[in-house]
Design a protein around this ligand. Structure first.
Ligand SMILES: *[C@@H]1O[C@H](CO)[C@@H](O)[C@H](O)[C@H]1NC(C)=O
Length: 436
């Protein structure tokens, strides 16, 4: 959910980061993330936030994780055939554990389209941004390019399907596309042309990938996914947050009037994928954006708070967006009777997390774990999480917000369990049922 930061408006992410920003062109990455990349060398030299992984020895014994490019690149035969060598993506015991369940995955394939909420390292790879510690500290124990201290919701989705975390489409090393591809890039919009990797571009990349796979198979060569894999795959989408961030500065009714075209882009994407044979869709609405510490710290005078301390106006925009998206999914269900189209009400899930935070062991639902300035929000729009003299919560202390915009591993785990449960979905089906 990286977004335009400067008053929620038109800029391409601020002027502070010079060459890096120019290089990024239209990509609306959060200002602080860009600054974080610029400051990375300094931060790396001065901080020691990465805990030493307790389970992974530097030199691996037989059966332990082995850093091997050849092993990582080895294609996996469709249908979940056990690999001879244990593959390895990140030097991390837990990821290996998740991957270790692969034998049961039996050809699970997921294609994801999205922004930072589901980016598993795409923006870091494609823009050449070194996302530095303490990102990744809670789960992977080193930065993976995710904008979190650990996993994003998509990672939990993959784990619950017993398949390994999705590789970003544009990551040149350690990628394995045998279980699908993650096209999500932080900062992306559903609206075309607003950002470099807007949804239409992500779809083009999908079509490119699919055509190359099928072409290879036709020639008798290897491909990570065959046509049956594409047809049976689950197509997940989590977009709209950055589009909404970009129109919040407008008068309320103008903001609302700009929502339908955003939703229309998501509808178009489903239609395009369906034309390409997709039949299983899992579509996330947007979260409780008015409860984000970033929004609260930059609140304007005319923005009132509700009983849980969230900005009413922004949450109303988010709810309206979700209502429109849900109705669009209803229409699509009538249109494509051969398909399963699941809409997940992320607002309800994420708002409950704030409203009922004590139930989840969270003390400060509106405060950022990794930020600047201390209470009440610990968020400074001018300083990244990775900058010096940060106020960083203790490892193990449960926070919802990692950096003011993105969720922590702990919060994503709670949210994901509800996403997967189907209780907040239309129709009310479990994730595992959607792939049958
Ligand atoms: C808080 O939890 C209660 C009990 O589970 C539930 O009825 C209520 O809807 C929740 N509040 C929000 C805002 O989700």
């Amino acid at each position: 959910m990286a977004s335009a930061m400067n008053g929620g408006g038109g800029g391409n992410g601020g002027a502070g980061a010079g060459g890096m920003l120019k290089k990024m062109g239209l990509l609306r990455l959060q200002y602080y993330l860009v600054m974080g990349a610029v400051a990375a060398a300094v931060v790396l030299a001065t901080l020691r936030y990465m805990p030493v992984p307790s389970t992974t020895p530097p030199v691996a014994a037989a059966g332990e994780t082995v850093r091997s490019a050849a092993a990582a690149a080895a294609p996996v035969v469709e249908g979940g055939v056990e690999e001879k060598k244990k593959r390895h993506v990140w030097n991390d015991g837990k990821e290996e554990e998740a991957k270790g369940k692969k034998g049961k995955s039996a050809g699970i394939v997921v294609f994801n389209f999205g922004d930072s909420n589901s980016d598993t390292g795409g923006v870091a790879a494609v823009m050449g941004i070194h996302i530095s510690p303490p990102e990744g500290r809670a789960f992977f124990h080193h930065p993976t390019g995710r904008l979190s201290d650990g996993r994003v919701i998509l990672d939990f989705i993959c784990e619950s399907l017993n398949t390994h975390h999705l590789s970003p489409f544009m990551r040149p090393m350690g990628s394995d596309y045998s279980n699908g591809v993650n096209f999500a890039i932080a900062g992306s919009t559903a609206t075309p042309g607003e950002t470099t990797f807007s949804l239409d571009v992500q779809l083009d990349q999908f079509v490119f990938f699919k055509e190359r796979c099928l072409e290879n198979i036709e020639r008798g060569e290897d491909a990570p996914i065959d046509s049956k894999g594409f047809d049976n795959a689950l197509y997940t989408m989590d977009l709209g947050h950055n589009d909404i961030m970009g129109i919040l500065h407008l008068p309320y009714h103008e903001t609302l009037a700009k929502l339908p075209p955003i939703v229309a882009e998501i509808k178009k994407a489903v239609e395009t994928l369906h034309k390409n044979g997709a039949k299983k869709f899992w579509i996330h609405g947007t979260g409780a954006l008015g409860c984000l510490p970033q929004k609260l710290a930059m609140r304007k005078d005319d923005e009132d708070l509700d009983e849980h301390g969230c900005i009413i106006r922004i949450n109303n925009v988010a709810k309206r967006f979700n209502k429109l998206l849900s109705e669009t999914c209803d229409d699509l269900r009538l249109q494509f009777t051969d398909s399963t189209i699941v809409f997940v009400d992320m607002f309800a899930i994420k708002y409950d997390l704030v409203a009922n935070h004590t139930k989840y062991g969270i003390e400060k639902p509106l405060m950022t774990c990794c930020g600047h300035g201390g209470p009440p929000y610990n968020y400074d729009p001018k300083k990244s999480c990775t900058a010096n003299d940060k106020d960083l919560c203790k490892l193990g202390e449960k926070f919802i917000s990692w950096d003011g915009v993105h969720f922590t591993d702990a919060a994503n785990e709670i949210v994901a369990s509800k996403v997967i449960s189907g209780e907040f979905s239309i129709p009310r089906i479990k994730l595992t049922a959607s792939i049958e």
